[in-house]
Design a binder for this molecule. Structure first.
Ligand SMILES: Cc1cc2nc3c(=O)[nH]c(=O)nc-3n(C[C@H](O)[C@H](O)[C@H](O)COP(=O)(O)O)c2cc1C
Length: 320
């Protein structure tokens, strides 16, 4: 057994590895294109940016690659439909939809050549997605970074969802190396999605302090925090998170109404931007629970080489 290319609707990824979309300019053109050039699927973080910024990111990515890439967007954001429409007009390969469920996205993408890949955390959501026309689903477990739809691990979610749908299933959450990837393929996944691993990557153009926070994170430094979006979010326990967990509120000085519904317990956009810009104390550093297992910053090329080699070796040994 070995990793196989992955066909989803109209596109084929030579390597079945997705780089998870990461909001507020964590996954941008240089990273997305580098992943696509390795034969994987790159995803621009389409949340926390304007439509004009998204179009610019898509154009920049197209200049750097002819590979497969798309846009990840959260249903919960105010400009969700505009981001979806712009992605369709710009003819990206796919739209990965998280943090909520949208029926409209299926209608909008229908027959446009842009594939819809919802992020799900339950059998029911996977089945509804398939019925509405999803081309694949990303099954995200509770060890993932960012907003979470469950506290169940992806390993526990996989068998039920695999058995319930026929479309390709991409496993995500807490996967850091090729052994983890092989485990997911053995559970019936057609591909995998990684987030943390691609932050600790040369082509990820966040502030160097962002990578420092990731590299220095210990197992006990990861926690969950109730996001104003209404979902739990997995993040590094820095000064801001510790203070917020004590008081459960924070001053919101200005608001751009970036979310459809917001508890206003803190400004998530501002805190994620602070993290992106390297404010180690006051930023919100979304991170998956296994970030502490990654101890190096590598090029995208080297990450793919290692992941594929490790995964294929483990798959071969499992087949014996
Ligand atoms: C910094 C960061 C930001 C993220 N932002 C988003 C996002 O905007 N939308 C989304 O669907 N998932 C988001 N995620 C989740 C990733 O796309 C990916 O599914 C997840 O990180 C996989 O788990 P891992 O980090 O353990 O590999 C984010 C993750 C991280 C680490």
């Amino acid at each position: 057994m070995h990793l196989k290319e992955l066909k989803i609707g109209n596109f084929v990824a030579k390597v079945p590895i997705f780089q998870g979309g990461m909001s507020v300019k964590v996954s941008t053109a240089p990273l997305v294109a580098a992943v696509a050039n390795e034969g994987g699927v790159g995803l621009i973080g389409g949340t926390g940016i304007s439509v004009e910024e998204l179009i610019d990111q898509i154009h920049q990515t197209k200049k750097l690659t002819q590979g497969v890439f798309g846009v990840n967007v959260m249903v919960a954001i105010d400009n969700f439909i505009e981001i979806v429409k712009a992605s369709i007009e710009e003819k990206v390969n796919l739209i990965a939809v998280g943090a909520g469920f949208s029926r409209e996205v299926f209608k909008l993408c229908n027959k446009t050549g842009v594939e819809v890949v919802p992020i799900v955390s339950s059998v029911k959501a996977a089945q509804i997605s398939e019925r509405l026309g999803a081309n694949a689903v990303i099954v995200e477990g509770g060890d993932a970074g960012g907003h979470l739809g469950t506290d169940i691990s992806v390993g526990d979610l996989m068998p039920g969802i695999r058995a319930a749908v026929k479309i390709p299933v991409i496993a995500a959450g807490g996967l850091v190396d090729g052994n983890d990837i092989a485990d997911m393929i053995s559970l019936g996944a057609d591909g995998v999605q990684l987030g943390n691993r691609f932050v600790l990557c040369d082509e990820c153009d966040v502030h160097p302090n962002y990578k420092k926070v990731f590299l220095e994170a210990k197992k006990d430094d990861l926690t969950t925090i109730l996001s104003p979006v209404g979902y739990m979010g997995s993040a590094v326990k820095n000064h801001f998170v510790k203070e917020f967990l004590k008081n459960e509120t924070d001053k919101v000085t200005q608001c751009t109404n970036c979310l459809k519904v917001c508890s206003r317990s803190f400004c998530i956009l501002e805190r994620l931007q602070m993290a992106r810009d390297g404010d180690m104390e006051n930023g919100l550093f979304f991170a998956g629970r296994n970030v502490y297992k990654i101890n190096d910053i590598l090029s995208t090329k080297e990450i793919f080489r290692k992941l594929v080699k490790e995964a294929n070796e483990k798959l071969a040994s499992l087949a014996k």
